[in-house]
Design a protein around this ligand. Structure first.
Ligand SMILES: [Zn+2]
Length: 410
């Protein structure tokens, strides 16, 4: 009896292999700590590279910064076709206080059907599932067109320099669609929030605290600006249709600083105050429109606080929210895969944070969908863990989606 290509591929995925690989990756700390030797992604990247080479992948390693290599592995179907990328990152956030953990953060311990440790969910579990899925396609020897790629990138948790580097390489530019393997409890996420960080600098005039009339107080002006921010936020929210998955956009002050650049003293009105805003965008809100509203508020604050000058600037290039349509081939392939593997309908969702996927989407103009094992709320917490059942399901879904996506004609 001949089995279908998808059955042959799924037959190559074992729970033990996905779990072992996840544990192995979790046990390699890969927190980036500037200035500390070997506190980077190099050790885990080396293991990923060796594993992919052993499985017969073509591999390229791109040194994004010293000790911070992107690893990209791929297999070719032999006939022309699209490139599907399974994307993950190798860095993890700090473990915080190890004593606060029930199991040591780098244990990679399996207990009660879960793998424990920093990065188990975010996202060495998803990366391991992607690696095993792609290897299963190769081992099964099924026919497909185009190329199946696994990209293990650095620095997602900070500046996303790995993704920014990747999209500038020939391999990155060849990607037709991507599945971002971040922990979203295996929900099929069609939307991701965008992000834009703004710095608001309020310039006043330094003076004696006893003689405020002889100074311009930037703190008072910053307070005026902050007091009007909720009204601005409501206007931004009213201007866009509420997203079913992501709700409404938010404009959140996260840093207040004054004085800036000199020592704080009780009797000195400082020259400058600084605010930082964390703006989270939903599909349909352009970063430029929020920036424009913030600039209007800056002019308004200057009118209310004579002598103060208020400057608004983005801290880095804004990343718009992303959205992919249900009819997009990569979504249809993944939806088909979930039905095939789970025997039921997928749950659709949205990513509340921002991932490497926003860079891939913005820079390459490709459809991205986010789908990966692990509770959405668990990343960056102590006692981070990923359910074994979700790990295996993710690997099976990636593999089935890849076969489906790469076997379509035209
Ligand atoms: Zn992540």
């Amino acid at each position: 009896m001949s089995r279908s290509p998808v059955d042959r591929v799924l037959g190559q995925i074992s729970e033990a292999e996905v779990v072992d690989l996840t544990c192995q990756l979790v046990r390699i700390p890969s927190v980036f700590r500037p200035g500390e030797p070997d506190a980077d992604e190099r050790a885990v990247a080396r293991v990923v590279e060796a594993w992919l080479r052993r499985e017969g992948f073509s591999v390229e390693v791109h040194e994004v910064a010293p000790g911070r290599p992107n690893v990209i592995g791929w297999i070719e179907g032999g006939t022309p076709g699209p490139t599907l990328c399974l994307e993950g990152h190798t860095d993890v956030v700090t473990e915080g206080d190890p004593a606060a953990w029930r199991h040591p953060p780098w244990s990679g311990l399996v207990e009660d059907g879960r793998v424990y440790g920093r990065g188990s969910a975010d996202m060495k579990g998803g990366l391991a599932a992607a690696m095993v899925a792609a290897a299963a396609v190769r081992r099964a020897g099924v026919p497909y067109a185009g190329r199946l790629m696994v990209a293990a990138l650095v620095d997602e948790e900070d500046a996303m320099s790995g993704a920014k580097h990747f999209v500038g390489t020939p391999l990155g530019r060849a990607v037709s669609a991507a599945i971002v393997c971040e922990p979203e409890q295996n929900e099929l996420c069609l939307e991701q929030k965008g992000v834009f960080w703004a710095r608001v600098t309020v310039h006043g005039r330094m003076g004696h605290g006893a003689m405020p009339y002889a100074a311009v107080n930037p703190i008072t002006a910053a307070g005026q600006f902050l007091a009007r921010l909720p009204e601005l936020e409501r206007r931004v929210q009213r201007g866009v249709r509420r997203s079913r998955f992501l709700g409404v956009p938010h404009v959140t002050p996260t840093v207040v600083r004054a004085p800036v650049g000199h020592v704080a003293q009780n009797n000195v009105i400082p020259a400058t105050a600084e605010l930082r805003l964390d703006v989270r965008l939903t599909p349909g809100v352009e970063p430029g429109s929020v920036l424009g509203a913030l600039e209007d508020l800056a002019r308004d604050t200057e009118r209310r606080c004579p002598g103060a000058r208020v400057a608004v600037e983005p801290v880095e290039a804004p990343r718009p929210a992303t959205r992919v349509e249900r009819g997009e081939a990569v979504v249809r392939a993944l939806e088909w895969a979930v039905r095939r593997v789970r025997g039921g309908r997928p749950v659709f969702g949205g990513v509340p944070g921002s991932t490497d996927g926003t860079i891939l989407h913005t820079a390459l103009g490709i459809p991205i969908v986010t789908f990966g094992p692990g509770n959405r709320l668990i990343p960056h917490q102590v006692d981070e863990h990923v359910p074994v059942a979700e790990l295996v399901e993710a690997a099976r879904c990636y593999a089935a989606a890849a076969v489906r996506f790469l076997s379509r004609r035209g």
